[in-house]
Design a protein around this ligand. Structure first.
Ligand SMILES: [Zn+2]
Length: 306
């Protein structure tokens, strides 16, 4: 059958090869940040301050953002004793902290007594870092996953110790509030974060002067609303989420490898990390020839791209 040999068979072969080439052109890549946004941002509130609950909480709800509240065990224990005494700094009580957690915010660990860890004896580090874990479990029914150093004071040994029971610790931040705060600096910071595809972390203490917390905004909540308005205006370019969620995403993203189960139809994002703890999906870009789409993928689960 010379005709078959000379024309049909090569055509069939060509078709098979073309189909294989097309199938092989499916590319799977994990996006740098959720929803393929170019940058990420976490809002963190330090020191269990009452205005986090009375001022920040309703505003965050209005703008639809989840934040991280770094709670100091001793301060929250003191909350009810200070309540109503205007000479004392006002703190959130456990019930208020629990409400923030129930609403989807992260409650992070900001130590037992808020001692600068580099200034106390190394024998006390373990208690300062880990004592709040059992208290959070008891009072809030949750285990904190990230840590924040009091006064940001740390060294490599302290950092290592904090990471034994936490997936991440805040080691860089942009300070908000205080006498020298200006909105212009924040605009520049947001622009820089987006232009450089970074994950930026805002460190906020007091919002209003009234609660006697550290470094309130010069114009109280008016300045904080301006921050939220600015973030809203850049929402298409910023993934705004808790410090824990962005930590989980970044660590998962950097740990996974793509493993095909069924040639170019089903794959798994394989990770050695514990997916019970790292319980966040990754955004994956599927490039199928000229077609591109985004899907959400839970690591270690088979994912079909058909
Ligand atoms: Zn602090």
């Amino acid at each position: 059958m010379p005709l078959l040999t000379r024309f049909v068979l090569p055509l069939v072969l060509m078709c098979i090869m073309t189909c294989q080439t097309l199938a092989q052109s499916v590319e799977v890549s994990v996006c740098q940040f959720m929803d393929d946004k170019p940058a990420a941002m976490s809002l963190t509130f330090d020191d269990s301050l009452l205005d986090h609950y009375t001022v920040a909480r309703p505003l965050l709800a209005e703008y639809g953002y989840k934040a991280t509240f770094y709670v100091v065990e001793k301060y929250t224990n003191q909350a009810l004793a200070h309540r109503g005494d205007i000479s004392k700094r006002q703190y959130m009580d456990w019930q208020q902290v629990k409400q923030l957690a129930d609403e989807g915010h992260e409650i992070g660990n900001h130590s037992y007594n808020h001692h600068g860890l580099t200034r106390i004896d190394a024998s006390r580090w373990d208690e300062e870092i880990n004592h709040p874990i059992a208290t959070f479990q008891d009072r809030l029914g949750l285990t904190p996953v990230t840590f924040c150093f009091p006064g940001n004071a740390r060294n490599s040994e302290i950092l290592k110790l904090a990471l034994v029971n936490h997936i991440n610790a805040r080691t860089y931040q942009q300070s908000f509030g205080g006498k020298n705060y200006t909105h212009e600096k924040t605009v520049q910071w947001v622009n820089d974060t987006i232009a450089n595809n970074k994950w930026a972390v805002a460190m906020i203490h007091a919002i209003i002067h009234e609660g006697k917390g550290y470094a309130p905004f010069p114009n109280d909540e008016k300045d904080f609303v301006a921050v939220l308005e600015l973030l809203k205006a850049h929402e298409d370019k910023l993934w705004i989420d808790t410090f824990a969620n962005v930590s989980k995403y970044v660590k998962l993203r950097d740990s996974v490898t793509v493993q095909w189960i069924d040639a170019h139809k089903t794959f798994t994002l394989k990770t050695e990390l514990d997916t019970k703890l790292y319980d966040i999906p990754l955004t994956v870009k599927i490039q199928d020839g000229s077609q591109q789409r985004l899907i959400k993928v839970m690591p270690n689960m088979p994912t079909s791209i058909q």
